[in-house]
Design a protein around this ligand. Sequence first.
Ligand SMILES: Cc1cc2nc3c(=O)[nH]c(=O)nc-3n(C[C@H](O)[C@H](O)[C@H](O)COP(=O)(O)OP(=O)(O)OC[C@H]3O[C@@H](n4cnc5c(N)ncnc54)[C@H](O)[C@@H]3O)c2cc1C
Length: 533
Amino acid sequence: MGLKRTAVSIVLAGIFIVYMFGYPKSARIIPPANPDDPPRLPEGQQRNVLIIGGGLAGMSAALELAERGYQVTIREADSVLGGRLHTRPVERLGQTFQVEHGFHAWFHNYHQFKDIRERLDIDKNFQTWGSNFFRWRKYLPEEISSWGPYPINMLGIVLKSQNLGIVSAMKNQGPLADLMNFDMDVVYDKYDQYTFDEWAKLRNLDTTFYDVMLRPALSVTLNEENTLSAAEMLMYSHFYFLSDAEADKREITRMDYGSAVINPWAKRLQELGARIELNAKVERLLVDDKTGKIIGESSHPEEKYDHVILAPNLQGVEEILTAPLKVDSPAKQPIQKILKDVSQLEIAPPYKVLRAWFDKELENSGSAIFLQVPDFDPVSAIGQYHWHEKESEEWANKTGGSIMEFHLYDWKFGNVRDEDIWGLIAPTVKEIYPEMFERDFKMLAYHVNSYENFPSFKKGLQQYRPNATYPSQCGIPNLSFAGDWLRTSYPSALMERAVSTGREAANHVLLSDHIRQAPFKVCPSRGPGFGSM
Ligand SMILES: Cc1cc2nc3c(=O)[nH]c(=O)nc-3n(C[C@H](O)[C@H](O)[C@H](O)COP(=O)(O)OP(=O)(O)OC[C@H]3O[C@@H](n4cnc5c(N)ncnc54)[C@H](O)[C@@H]3O)c2cc1C
């Protein structure tokens, strides 16, 4: 009898939980629009594609098209491939280190990226990364990891939290409905005019819950936190945390991004006959006077292309599109139309990444490979490279030292000399890792990356954000866009948005040449639901 009552209670509790929380939807496949077309160009047919920009977006488009028999040329302005995932050789302490632009993590919903990893056979270069560590001035430290099926994983996070209680979490049912009932098709219309902070106030979200569970994601967008669009952040929360119990599962590479990802990718492209040109900044597009199609670019007027993919960062796209065209060029009007929107978009504030070599290693860092410190401005996060990356690990083992990376997003101090940065951030680092100062860590060497190249996702910008095929909608049929600054109709962000829009651009080329498009696997567009039975 007792057993029967327990079983009935469990079933009722299960029904209640599913009623309250709904259930996650699975990833969705967007099939090719032309499934009956052949998978590659027929033997003997040559189609030339120019890809401007050798970041992830351009490389993704290049891989798809080179595999289908296209003659691909990538023209990259920098001396290295990979864009914001690049790695450069840096001489320090009598050794050459491969130093990246900054620490990156790969997530569960990175379906296009996973597909590329499989195609390049580089999965072995990745490792899973356990918990996510946070430290605040205002709150107790948190170690957040998602375990078990939805919604048990959510309850687990709340129960394990040092700052939240189940009662305070339950009080947030109203605002959480915006997350649980996330809908990609309406979220931008509803919330892009609000900042995330305004949304939290509007929805009466409990401050501690907001600060501990939701707001930390703001600090890693490299954007100015108090202007970031609520719609974009709700999409982030869905994509990175809620769409699936596994959504928050991260991976990192075992070695530098050049060796792990970019070099094998470039090698494959070259094996497929692609031409990769570095230090090759494109200034201006060349237009066919009769058709209005883009046929090439000004530094190589003799080369003619059937398709052009514009995959620079946002500034690069604006520079190229604002370069003067002939007065009577048939592309003039379409380009002006594109520029009307693109010129409304903005760049996020400058940021710096300081890589530093120390003579000692932390003993008591809470085992955080990458520690997020949301309210320790100007420091946003600190990475311990010698704990996960081969070259740094070898150096640390040899010397007893450590290699740390300090991420300084939304840099508000203007032009500071590289040698003065440590002095500026040291008081904050002392609050985070007092041990470094108690044990008198000596900085042996450093390297600073300073950039202002990240797209802004400030409130109100979504209405101007084009998608990959916008140029053809404006009247230039053989031009498409790729990059993480674009909009997608499905949830995506950062590296996954870059490679997905690269594939969208490639699909545009394939469709117009009657070659079968590549399928897409995407994160579901709806949240798991709340009271959704
Ligand atoms: C510090 C930091 C940490 C990050 N962490 C993460 C993370 O953890 N997870 C994640 O998913 N993402 C992360 N990102 C974001 C990720 O790096 C980007 O979203 C992604 O690399 C963008 O790729 P892209 O191809 O769209 O643009 P880019 O990488 O900017 O590539 C554009 C390329 O075009 C080139 N170019 C520009 N103009 C021209 C021209 N006129 N002619 C020719 N070439 C031109 C540029 O030199 C560049 O190589 C991080 C970024 C930074 C900076």
